[in-house]
Design a protein around this ligand. Structure first.
Ligand SMILES: [Zn+2]
Length: 470
């Protein structure tokens, strides 16, 4: 069993590995040079936000805690950490590796170093180097600080909104915000869903690290093929958090051509680990994990498919300031939750987990900023709605109307959707207005269709009283 002492000694070992990386050979000239994105946060902030999120993850996901398996991933992980190029090795970072007893093929890493690998991913791999490939990719996101770099780009919401609030992602005791499945209407998360540029960088740096650690980088490309082939109705979660930047396999193989694999490393334990895993009782599905969490002491989301009874919006208002430039007055019985890239105002019971453990937001309002760019509110709004429609395939628009939002020209679009969580029809009001920098401030009001009149009234008051000072 993995106890505290062991975890501590692992961290020490990895920290030493970071120091050793400073004396390992420098880059080979033909390999691709990586330029890091602008980041206004400190590495210490990466560590803080990552640790808070990791604590939440450890509460919600069943860790496998098998000594043989843990030692093996720790050894592979430590080996890869020594292969981080010195310019990307942050002394504050502590890379840790936990195996989650979950069936779906997935892995994710949090800022500052905590990584979680699903048992299903190891079982699907054919070689140690394939697992190392996914781990090298994840370590690259951490080392290049992609999570906080994304937060830097979305400057409108300060990191204060993210730091210390990450636990809010666990509202309703869900797996949602944390592991990148996001709320149904949300836009994903800063830390776990990456853009194409970040994906390319993690593929390239991952390949370089693999070669330095003695693994063939082409095995990473092979593993991505296996993951893509996995499919499923929504596709593998890994691929939605790590989208193919285009031509992924060729790009990795091309980089591999420029690299010299330094030795031929293997712990030699993959076969033993693999047969141990496949011989255990089956890993839990996301659905089973969500059901177990509901039984636990975590704040329990309402059972899937049940009619949710939620107190109607209070007539008194309460004002929040989710960002420097914004004041929002919402019904006094709604609580503010700042999770990743949106701020949600919802009454108690306003979130529900569906059968696969994804969190749906069923009552309340979300506020966020999306990238604008066309200068035309209708066109920017259409792009935003298309984004929502990708994660909510049942979304149908019943038309837009011009309506002032916080005293500015705005658009309100009414949509209908079938809630994944309750199976019931819901009414969604999306209001948009331009900020001075051309980006789009949006408000998304969600309520069951049967309760639409009372919620529409509440949403309308929020739109009228919104104060924007950008
Ligand atoms: Zn990625």
């Amino acid at each position: 069993m993995r106890d505290r002492t062991r975890t501590f000694s692992l961290r020490t070992a990895v920290a030493l590995s970071c120091a050793l990386a400073l004396v390992t050979p420098g880059r080979i000239d033909s390999q691709t040079k990586i330029t890091v994105d602008k980041n206004k946060y400190t590495p210490a902030q990466d560590v803080q936000v990552g640790q808070e999120a990791a604590a939440q993850v450890r509460k919600e996901l069943p860790l496998l805690k098998d000594e043989l398996v843990d030692e093996w991933v720790d050894t592979v992980g430590a080996r890869l950490v020594t292969a981080i190029p010195p310019e990307f090795a942050h002394k504050e970072f502590r890379y840790t590796f936990d195996v989650v007893n979950q069936k779906e093929i997935n892995a994710f890493a949090l800022p500052g170093g905590p990584m979680f690998l699903n048992r299903g991913m190891i079982e699907a791999a054919k070689t140690e180097a394939e697992v190392a490939g996914v781990m090298a990719h994840e370590i690259s996101h951490v080392a290049l600080r992609h999570g906080t770099a994304q937060a830097t780009k979305a400057e409108k919401f300060q990191i204060g909104a993210i730091l210390g609030q990450i636990a809010g992602a666990a509202v309703g005791g869900t797996l949602g915000g944390i592991i990148g499945q996001g709320s149904q209407i949300g836009l994903g998360t800063y830390f776990l869903k990456f853009g194409r540029a970040a994906e390319s960088q993690a593929d390239i740096l991952g390949a370089q690290m693999l070669a330095r650690a003695g693994y063939n980088p082409r095995e990473m490309a092979n593993m991505f093929k296996t993951i893509e082939a996995e499919g499923g109705s929504r596709g593998p979660e890994f691929m939605s958090s790590h989208p193919n930047p285009g031509n992924r396999f060729n790009a990795i193989n091309k980089e591999a051509d420029a690299l010299k694999v330094q030795g031929n490393y293997s712990t030699g334990d993959f076969t033993r680990v693999h047969s141990r895993l496949t011989g255990m009782s089956p890993a839990l599905t996301a659905e089973q994990i969500a059901a177990n969490n509901k039984k636990g002491t975590a704040p329990s989301p309402t059972a899937s498919g049940r009619t949710v009874r939620v107190e109607p919006p209070a007539s008194q208002a309460r004002t929040y300031q989710p960002a420097r430039f914004l004041r929002v007055s919402v019904p006094a019985n709604w609580q503010q939750q700042q999770t990743s890239d949106v701020v949600t105002y919802a009454p108690e019971g306003g979130y529900t987990a569906d059968s696969s453990g994804r969190t749906s937001f069923t009552h309340g309002l979300q506020v966020g900023v999306a990238q604008g760019g066309t200068g035309d509110l209708q066109r920017d709004t259409t792009a935003l709605l298309q984004g929502f429609a990708r994660s909510n395939p049942g979304l149908r628009s019943s038309g837009s109307r011009r309506e002032a939002i916080g005293g500015r020209n705005g658009l309100t679009t009414i949509l209908s959707n079938t809630s994944d969580a309750t199976g019931q029809s819901e009414s969604i009001a999306v209001s948009t207005t331009h900020l001075k920098d051309g980006n789009v401030l949006f408000l998304v009001g969600v309520a069951p269709s049967s309760e639409r009149p009372v919620y529409e009234d509440a949403f309308s008051r929020v739109r009228q009283t919104l104060q924007i000072r950008d």
